[in-house]
Write a protein that binds this ligand. Structure first.
Ligand code: AMP
Ligand code: MN
Ligand code: MN
Ligand code: MN
Length: 295
């Protein structure tokens, strides 16, 4: 496929989607609802990749154990983990993980505790810019992993901002007035945790970190040296120029290609399950390595 084809087909429908969220992190749907929703969009294989949570997969396990799991979707156990790349926050997806791995479970518990603490730090900072009462609202959240998506929704409900995008832009995003610098684990630690749990580590949506070409190369160098094996090349709004750079980097570092919509919420009309550009033909798709598809 040439890059002009990608431009012409930004929203091709695909049956394999390797990036999605449920209510265990910042998705709006429960597990069963999510599977029904993606089914309607023609997705047959779905990786559920909640931020720092494997709760969805534990739920599926218990549904299976009680013979109450009746979806025909082929579910790949996954996760999305936040890491630190210099001053930036870079997300790494783990695909095909063993959700019973002790190291992974311990890691995820620590991340979830840190996330709860971090949102309280946001609440303190928001208080300083005149927005009070956020802390109590955070205390009543029940998701495994608390994210800035939750915080942005609280700020909208309180009337502090009109919509979540403005919450990020004005208050809680990297350049916002109440931004709290994150202290996520290193790329090396995260790739290692995923690999020890039997998974494949994937750089998530590399075009969303506002990195220039040199910084992108540094990210891929560091990730690849740490043992990372794949990179998302196909996701909604991936720019053709970015896909071109990423394809070159994937080839030079022998990385597999991944694809996923990063579905969160049916209200976010720009992220539909299964809708993203096709992977460039010269790149080996990561899903061919995931044994669940061939078993
Ligand atoms: P966190 O993991 O707590 O840093 O939250 C990150 C999540 O916030 C991402 O996974 C997105 O779902 C959401 N997010 C990040 N930036 C924006 C933005 N500018 N507008 C809306 N949602 C965003
Ligand atoms: Mn998210
Ligand atoms: Mn992400
Ligand atoms: Mn995601």
């Amino acid at each position: 496929m040439s890059y002009s084809d990608i431009t012409m087909q930004p929203n091709k429908e695909h049956s394999v989607d390797l990036h999605s969220h449920t209510r265990y992190s910042d998705g709006s749907l429960g597990v069963v609802e999510l599977l029904a929703h993606v089914d309607q969009h023609g997705v047959k294989t779905l990786a559920i990749t909640d931020h720092d949570s494997i709760g969805a997969h534990l739920e599926i396990d218990s549904l299976r154990a009680s013979h109450s799991f009746d979806s025909t979707i082929n579910v790949i156990p996954g996760i999305e983990i936040s890491t630190q790349f210099g001053s930036r926050e870079v997300h790494i997806v783990g695909l095909g993980i063993d959700i019973h791995d002790d190291g992974l479970n311990c890691f995820v518990k620590n991340q979830q505790a840190y996330r709860r603490d971090r949102l309280q730090q946001y609440a303190e900072k928001l208080e300083k810019v005149g927005i009070s009462g956020v802390g109590e609202k955070i205390n009543s959240l029940t998701a495994d992993s608390l994210t800035r998506t939750h915080l942005s929704q609280i700020l909208v409900e309180m009337g502090a901002v009109q919509d979540p995008q403005r919450a990020f832009k004005r208050l809680i995003g990297r350049k916002g007035r109440a931004y709290v610098k994150a202290h996520w684990p290193s790329i090396e630690k995260v790739v290692d945790t995923i690999k020890v749990a039997g998974g494949i580590a994937v750089i998530a949506h590399p075009g969303r970190y506002q990195l220039n070409r040199k910084q992108l190369r540094e990210l891929v160098d560091q990730f690849s040296s740490a043992g990372g094996e794949a990179i998302e090349l196909s996701y909604p709004n991936a720019e053709p120029q970015m896909i071109k750079w990423l394809t070159e980097l994937a080839k030079s570092h022998q990385l597999l290609g991944s694809q996923g919509a990063d579905f969160h919420n049916p209200e976010w009309k720009w992220l539909k399950p299964g809708f993203f550009p096709s992977l460039p033909k010269e790149i080996e798709p990561v899903f061919e390595r995931l044994s669940i598809l061939t078993s």
